[in-house]
Ligand binder design. Structure first.
Ligand code: SER
Length: 317
């Protein structure tokens, strides 16, 4: 990897991935792609190049790829699960029409492409406990439908044209930097903000509903590791199950309470979020990622909680 374009560099994952990759490959080698209205600011803007790279405007992607001699694209443009349900056509336009644009440009310019898939690519018919790498994927959310399509389309471009496409199925991602917007797993980020501000948290997900989650440093490491992986070892490409921790609202609440005994949580279950959460795995089996590219997570619930509370306290108070 020499020159990288991040599409969606001001979003939840993109903003941190851009800085992570700049620290590894050099600031000048990582271009922060953005859309009008979501321009990079602060450190992201000042530390390296940025360019308009709008997935629905293929020319803007082609221009950025040529101008910066890009060989690797991280495509992080997407609507999260809850917001996608209310804007399904936009979710498809960004997730699938946008991906098609990127894959064609990648083919013409010999770029490798990383496009995340998600726990959302599974559905109610999928085995929920230790969800296998290769299993039933019949999601009923438009987010999930577009993620399964992402996996298939990325595989098709690899088999048909040799485009080096790779992806992981991200769990819910937790971070103290850029908040997520409109996801089912967002509660596991929001809860830390409430705890640090000393406010009572109202949880939209029922006690006992487990989902896979991951701390941002592990998610960034996974994306970068997979793109560096030896292609001859990859039996799968799009997308690998990766797991780090699995918890329900009571477990994260208890982990926070161990640091903040006065913290309170009540429930007001959101029916849409709950039905989506129940259709997703309780915990994925990530053996293939561990075998094929040595995936390893670092953070569990306790370490993450200690770090989140510490970093958010510095940020908010
Ligand atoms: N975090 C995403 C969501 O909740 C799942 O990948 O929509």
């Amino acid at each position: 990897m020499k020159n990288i374009l991040i599409i969606g560099s001001t979003g939840q994952i993109g903003s941190e991935l851009a800085m992570h990759l700049r620290s590894l490959y050099g600031n000048e080698h990582v271009v922060a792609g953005y859309i009008t209205g979501a321009e990079p600011k602060g450190e992201l803007l000042e530390s390296g190049p940025s360019a308009i790279a709008d997935v629905v405007n293929a020319q803007s992607i082609a221009d950025a790829v040529k101008k910066y001699n890009i060989d690797t694209i991280y495509n992080l443009a997407a609507l999260l699960s809850v917001v996608a349900e209310s804007k399904p056509r936009l979710a498809w336009k960004i997730g699938i029409d946008g991906l098609w644009n990127i894959l064609e440009i990648a083919h013409e310019n010999k770029c490798a492409v990383f496009t995340p898939s998600s726990i959302g690519s599974f559905g109610v018919d999928t085995p929920h406990d230790m969800t296998p790498q290769d299993t039933v994927q019949r999601p009923r959310t438009i987010y999930g439908v577009s993620k399964v399509t992402t996996e298939l389309l990325s595989d098709w471009f690899f088999h048909k044209y040799g485009v080096d496409t790779r992806s992981v199925r991200f769990p819910g991602i937790i971070s103290y930097v850029t908040p997520p917007g409109g996801g089912t797993t967002d509660y596991a980020v929001d809860i830390y903000y409430y705890a640090v501000r000393g406010e009572r948290f109202t949880c939209p997900i029922k006690a006992g509903t487990r989902m896979d989650m991951m701390y941002m440093p592990d998610a960034l490491h996974a994306a970068q590791m997979l793109m560096e992986a030896d292609p001859t070892r990859l039996k799968h490409r799009n997308g690998f199950n990766i797991a780090a921790m699995s918890f329900d609202p009571e477990m994260i609440y208890k982990a926070i309470k161990a640091h903040k005994p006065e913290f309170e949580m009540v429930y007001d279950v959101d029916p849409l979020k709950q039905s989506i959460a129940e259709s997703w795995p309780d915990m994925m089996d990530d053996t293939c990622a561990r075998q094929e590219w040595d995936w390893e997570h670092k953070f569990g619930l306790e370490d993450m909680t200690t770090d989140m509370l510490d970093k958010l306290t510095k940020k908010l108070l």
